[in-house]
Design a protein around this ligand. Structure first.
Ligand SMILES: [Zn+2]
Ligand SMILES: [Zn+2]
Length: 372
């Protein structure tokens, strides 16, 4: 680790990287009076607000197929989501081999879209305050660089984290009140807000109800007869809701049902972020335009408005020429650019540099020959 460095210009930084050739490069989110001093003498002036969205924090259906973990203490191995502690020895350290998968990255992207919406709509940050990046591995980074946020302390940042992830949100404060539900409409029971969590909750519930099938409603804990009532009255519920805006709009749907629907909606609408990153006012974050050592892909910035069409398997590719012959031990099917590769099992194969690099970085292949 070469730390506590500062550079007067990007040329000096580039020269330093060319000479030291690190496997990963990070920069601080903080501003210091003296960046080269020891940690407690740097003189903290402020920090950008950073969000890290990683597929590791977004459960998907495919991680069972491609992620592996091995307990560092007892060597127990498993597939899928890494457990908080080893089921055999209780150890908390694991060797994790995750995969760069399209489904996982797509779900991470959906979280980023939700986050950008909260930052723009609820917090009022403008597009020019916000930079969004593909991390080079399994997720996205969102940086908010604004004077308004720079000197905000860790406790306040934790409040922002809680808001974004919907932690501690109580539906009571959004008008869902057991007593009031029986009364006629009052302004306080109005669920349709113009922005914020009230709007998100209602939109989430609307989506659920409009698209729901009985199985889905049963899955979130509704009784059969209630699920049937909802399905039968789908259109009326949504219409009355929009027109009258009260929780009590539909006969047969009571407090407990609304609560379950709201809590399900909360789970869908909340943004899954790495909470530790955002609250840390000294955080190191991967330097933009540098390679990620687990993939050979680069961290790249793209416009906020381009997120829907952003393709990490194209834009993240750093090496665009040449080919490498590798021996692949084991790899699922994957895509780089427009080309599909694999799956491979114990075989020799010639690949374009970026594809070979990915497998080698993921410890799934060894280089046999570098073909120029
Ligand atoms: Zn163990
Ligand atoms: Zn996946």
């Amino acid at each position: 680790m070469l730390r506590h460095k500062s550079f007067d210009n990007s040329g000096d930084l580039k020269k330093f990287l060319q000479v030291s050739v690190p496997s990963d490069a990070y920069c601080s989110c903080a501003f210091y009076e003296d960046p080269e001093a020891e940690m407690d003498r740097k003189g903290w002036l402020g920090a950008d607000l950073i969000f890290d969205i990683d597929a590791d924090h977004v459960p998907t259906c495919c991680e069972k197929l491609h992620d592996k973990w091995v307990c560092s203490v007892c060597d127990l191995a498993g597939k899928g989501f890494t457990p908080p502690s080893c089921p055999v020895c209780g150890g908390k350290k694991f060797d994790v081999n995750t995969w760069l998968c399209e489904v996982c990255l797509d779900s991470a992207k959906r979280e980023a879209v939700k986050l950008l919406d909260v930052l723009r709509q609820d917090f009022g940050f403008s597009k020019k305050d916000i930079s969004v990046f593909f991390s080079g591995h399994r997720g996205y980074h969102v940086h908010v660089e604004s004077k308004a946020i720079r000197t905000v302390d860790a406790v306040t940042r934790k409040e922002i984290v809680d808001y974004v992830s919907g932690l501690g949100l109580d539906v009571f404060f959004h008008g869902l009140d057991k007593k009031r539900l029986r009364e006629t409409s009052s302004s306080q029971s109005l669920p349709l807000g113009k922005f914020g969590w009230r709007k998100r909750l209602v939109l989430g519930m609307q989506n659920l109800i409009i698209n729901a099938e009985e199985e889905k409603l049963r899955e979130i804990g509704l009784k059969k007869n209630i699920a049937e009532t909802i399905l039968k009255n789908k259109d009326i519920i949504v219409k009355k809701w929009l027109n009258r805006g009260t929780w009590s709009a539909v006969r047969g749907i009571g407090f407990e049902t609304w609560k379950k629907l709201a809590e399900y909606s909360l789970g869908i609408q909340s943004v899954k972020i790495d909470t530790v990153v955002t609250t840390d006012i000294h955080r190191l974050i991967r330097l933009a335009d540098t390679l990620h050592s687990k993939t050979g892909f680069k961290k790249v910035r793209f416009p906020v408005s381009a997120i829907d069409d952003f393709d990490p398997f194209k834009s993240g590719v750093a090496f665009k020429t040449g080919a490498v012959t590798v021996f692949v031990s084991d790899a699922p099917g994957f895509r780089v650019g427009d080309e599909l590769f694999g799956p491979y099992k114990k075989q020799k194969v010639e690949l374009p540099t970026a594809a070979a690099m990915l497998l080698v970085c993921k410890d799934r292949a060894k280089v046999l020959k570098h073909n120029v």
